[in-house]
Design a binder for this molecule. Structure first.
Ligand SMILES: C[S@@+](CC[C@H](N)C(=O)[O-])C[C@H]1O[C@@H](n2cnc3c(N)ncnc32)[C@H](O)[C@@H]1O
Length: 171
């Protein structure tokens, strides 16, 4: 699986989930955005389209790209949208990393990549990434029901429907 992370060096290196992932040999860090593989799925919380099984082929052939930079940088910078045609956001999920524990949608880079693998039905690969983090299994357990439902959806529209039904049921 081709997992690339654009690393902007804006993080606390001790807490950065992408640096740890690279040390374990499970992703390639690039510091130049032009080195991001074309045709890969770029994880961007501001993308209009949600990840779904529709992206299976792109994930399999071109891989996944995480943008490890500050949240300010992701929200204010349009440069990322020129990188790939395939920008995707993740549907509602709860973070379990120590920095943003319990917060919805503000996932760490590794949580976002693992969720993308799970939703596109690469479940073993999703678990393998999280094995390297003390809190990794908690992310997959806490979000298990939603991740399963998202992975059963065939299209992005269906993933959004699953998310909306879930959120309505909680009101
Ligand atoms: C802003 S960085 C935070 C980096 C931090 N150093 C770390 O270790 O997690 C998190 C990245 O994960 C991905 N991500 C997180 N939440 C997401 C979401 N809801 N939808 C899509 N991508 C998301 C994006 O690539 C985002 O830029």
């Amino acid at each position: 699986m081709n997992i690339t992370v654009f690393h902007a060096n804006e993080c606390d290196k001790k807490k950065c989930t992408a640096i740890k992932l690279a040390k374990m040999g499970k992703c390639r860090l690039v510091e130049n955005i032009n080195k991001i593989p074309s045709g890969a799925i770029v994880l961007n919380p501001y993308a209009e389209k949600a990840v779904s099984y529709e992206d299976y082929r792109y994930v399999q052939r071109r891989g996944i790209v995480g943008l490890d930079c500050s949240w300010n940088e992701v929200s204010s910078s349009k440069k990322f949208f020129s990188l790939s045609k395939y920008h995707r956001s993740l549907p509602f999920l709860i973070a379990t990393n120590p920095v943003n524990y319990g917060k919805p949608c503000i996932l760490s880079t590794v949580e976002a990549i693992s969720a993308t693998l799970y939703i596109t039905r690469f479940k073993e690969e999703a678990r393998d990434l999280m094995d390297g983090y003390k809190w990794g299994h908690t992310f997959l357990e806490l979000n298990h029901e939603l991740l399963e439902a998202y992975s059963e959806a065939d299209t992005s529209a269906e993933v959004v429907e699953v998310q909306n039904n879930f959120l309505e049921s909680k009101q």
